[in-house]
Design a protein around this ligand. Structure first.
Ligand SMILES: Nc1ncnc2c1ncn2[C@@H]1O[C@H](COP(=O)(O)OP(=O)(O)OP(=O)(O)O)[C@@H](O)[C@H]1O
Ligand SMILES: [Mg+2]
Length: 399
């Protein structure tokens, strides 16, 4: 410890307090040992005055940020390289220092940028050190890098989520096969009769109007049943073939082009020309892209600013298959919504507008194509889906 501490620390040296009665050599040796322990530990450890002036930091903390001790000591701790990436974190730290200076042990999770620019997660704490009469004379900031732990936790959570989704899809599949079977016939009768009642010349206008309402409601039920049927089978569709994925993308756009144009949404289509063919069902893939496009279309509804509304659809050849990037600059989603979008019947749309089945159907289709999907979304800024389809050897499904 060479730097002279500021207020509150004049009588304290981090590892250099020479107790009277010890020889100078003994004391220096024990100082060196303590210093070595501090510097070798995996933890970030420092020392500061009660007003938050850093007076020492161990090698681990300095190396992590690629700074020299002289750059950081005798300065407010929150102005150190561990904190400056986030003014909000700096503020939290300042408040924590006040609490610790009042004698409280404070602990919270923070992020620190490493020398290579990567952001690490750190379990951070501030410990008050009391003097002989019980006054807080110093504070010890400590940090433990928990980035790996966090990553493992995140991977485990994602795996759990995936498992739960798969299980849910299977049970919805079994259930919906039964429902679809039982409801289809009576529904066809209701629809047919409602349509006939509207054409019947003997019926009054009021009856015809009511019949139209019945037809609309029955039609909606039919849509739900059709959607549910996408779960009914685990086996591939009849039109399973070796295909160029650009085709179903273009087909889905043919149907929706006018709708998008009417709402001022432009489509930036960047289709790769050298894509490897993938085994799949054109009909199912068209449904998948239809679902993604209609979701983006609806997500633009709440956008009231004058941004240029755009959906980007890019297909490109990558190792082992085809990657599709599907990106909109619409409303985006909260973390909470993002986690639920594959749940059957989950919707944020008003009653009657969405069934909440679109993304579950999409996931089912992806699974049949052995594909993968990842989502990146930011509230008010937009959503990016990245899909991957493997160019597996073509196999005729015989189920
Ligand atoms: N591109 C997107 N931007 C913002 N939110 C989205 C996007 N895609 C999906 N979502 C959210 O995910 C929810 C579920 O989507 P999903 O397609 O499964 O059902 P839905 O669109 O609500 O109903 P349906 O597809 O049956 O009409 C949506 O209600 C919406 O909140
Ligand atoms: Mg949808």
């Amino acid at each position: 410890m060479t730097d002279k501490p500021k207020s509150g620390a004049e009588h304290f040296d981090f590892v250099g307090d020479t107790a009277s009665g010890h020889s100078l050599r003994q004391s220096q040796q024990s100082d060196r040992m303590l210093r070595a322990i501090l510097d070798q530990t995996f933890q970030f450890i420092g020392l500061m005055t009660t007003d938050g002036t850093l007076i020492d930091a161990n090698e681990t903390a300095l190396k992590f940020s690629g700074v020299n001790k002289a750059d950081v000591v005798n300065k407010p701790f929150w102005e150190g390289p561990w904190w400056t990436h986030s003014p909000q974190l700096q503020q939290t730290l300042r408040e924590a220092i006040i609490q610790a200076a009042a004698g409280k042990f404070v602990r919270f999770e923070v992020t620190h940028p490493a020398a290579d620019g990567s952001i690490h997660h750190v379990d951070f704490s501030l410990k008050p050190v009391m003097d002989d009469v019980g006054n807080v004379c110093l504070l010890i900031p400590e940090g433990r890098d928990i980035t790996d732990h966090k990553r493992a936790e995140e991977a485990l959570r994602a795996a759990h989520l995936q498992l739960a989704q798969s299980a849910r899809l299977v049970s919805v599949g079994t259930l919906s096969a039964g429902i679809a079977h039982e409801l289809n016939n009576p529904l066809t009768a209701i629809l047919g009769l409602a349509q006939m009642m509207q054409k019947e010349s003997d019926n009054t206008d009021k009856t015809k109007e009511e019949a139209a309402i019945i037809e609309k409601a029955a039609f909606r039920m039919k849509t739900v049943i059709d959607h549910l049927c996408a779960f009914c089978t685990e086996s591939a569709s009849e039109d399973w073939t070796q295909l160029n994925i650009n085709q179903p993308i273009q087909d889905s756009l043919i149907l929706l082009k006018t709708q998008l144009k009417d709402r001022g949404i432009s489509v930036n289509l960047q289709l790769g020309e050298d894509l490897s063919p993938i085994p799949g069902s054109s009909r199912e893939l068209e449904t998948l892209f239809h679902n993604l496009i209609t979701n983006s279309r609806d997500a633009f509804d709440s956008i009231k600013d004058d941004r240029k509304k755009e959906i980007l659809i890019r297909s490109e050849r990558v190792s082992g298959g085809v990657r599709i990037t599907f990106k909109d600059n619409a409303a985006g989603m909260t973390e909470e919504v993002k986690e639920k979008i594959f749940n059957p019947f989950f919707t944020t749309k008003t009653v009657g507008k969405g069934t909440g089945l679109g993304m579950s159907v999409t996931l089912g289709i992806l699974r049949r194509h052995e594909g993968k999907i990842s989502i990146d979304t930011k509230l008010s800024e937009g959503t990016t889906f990245e899909l991957f389809f493997p160019d597996l050897a073509f196999e005729q499904d015989t189920n």
